[in-house]
Design a protein around this ligand. Sequence first.
Ligand SMILES: [Zn+2]
Length: 98
Amino acid sequence: MGKHRIFRHRHGHDGEAGCHDESGFDCREVHKHASDMVDGEMPKPMAEKINRHLGFCPPCQALVNSVAKTVGLVKSVPKARCPESLKASILKKTKSSK
Ligand SMILES: [Zn+2]
């Protein structure tokens, strides 16, 4: 029991005919590796395969674009937005205004 629940993406364009390239590369692979690809943590041959797939698969293009946007946003946010000293002075102000 439960074995058939592993692949939950049975809807959408996944697995549709015409969405595999000649090397058998399909959308599920793109979904799996999209974040690695955006991070640049992907072997070049793999990235080239994915790029080729993106060339004829607009849904996967959209997916990689949205992952790239998300990762880009996350990376552009400085890690320490609120230094301890600033936090302390805000706390002080809040306390003294009471
Ligand atoms: Zn695709």
